[in-house]
Design a protein around this ligand. Sequence first.
Ligand SMILES: [Zn+2]
Length: 299
Amino acid sequence: MKNKCIKLILIFTLISCYVFSGCTSLSFNNKNQSTVANNVTRESNQKLMMNTIKSLAANNRTFGSDNEKKAYEYIENKIQSYGYKTQTQTFSFYNHTSDNKLQLKSSQNLIVIKRSKANYNKEAVIICAHYDCSENSVGANDNASGVSVVMETARLLKNVPSNYELRFIFFGGEELGGVGSNHYIKNLSSNDKKNIKAVINIDSIAQKGGSKPYIFTISGKKNFAVTLLERKPKDMNIKKTDREFSDYVAFDANKIPALCIGQAYDKNLKINSPQDTISLIDESKLKLVADTVINSLSN
Ligand SMILES: [Zn+2]
């Protein structure tokens, strides 16, 4: 009888432990879930970004070439598969051939607009990258890396309500002196120009052995575009521009707050050369920049 009693007490204790530990772990899980829900962090997918770079950097994408057009179509298809409508803006430009003749070439910008959560609010932020590259390169870092980040930003923010209208723009013809971005700005109405509150341009961010990505502004000072990057890592510094060129220059010249995230233009940077291939891409730099932009614009 006494043994039976002890057995019963033991069984009861075991059942109690199981039930209560189950309850404890259930409430713990609930607590974890609510913590995640309150601090939404959208993480970029390195594999998707690397796939984009692999596809784009399979070929040279010089201004006006068939391969530049193919790169455009690749980006357009992907962006449409994320549920966006796209707009095409074509432009032409005279270019010198190798035997110094003038040749008319054409290219195109790809524009994607995501309305703000208050649809009447037309204040816009542009997130952009150029997809062409220089003649002697396949441009993995310059600038398939930037394109992959803008595409990933568009994918992850598709259904996130945003205070600003977000415009994801992929420019052609940057290597000829920002032909695509200049064409875009020239065709803006003065009202539309006023409505653009910031430009975040991404150009050459992810080469192994290159510097950490910086935030470049023309003046080296903070502007409203920099303010928007509120989730930037502490060691992502602001630097006065040392880039030869990029699309944000034309916006800055039009008094629109603009920045460029990119690596320092020093002897270690292999852009505009045959060395700029996918083997030099550092996935962690892609992720750092993508997560910074995505989480800064997630409200
Ligand atoms: Zn570039």
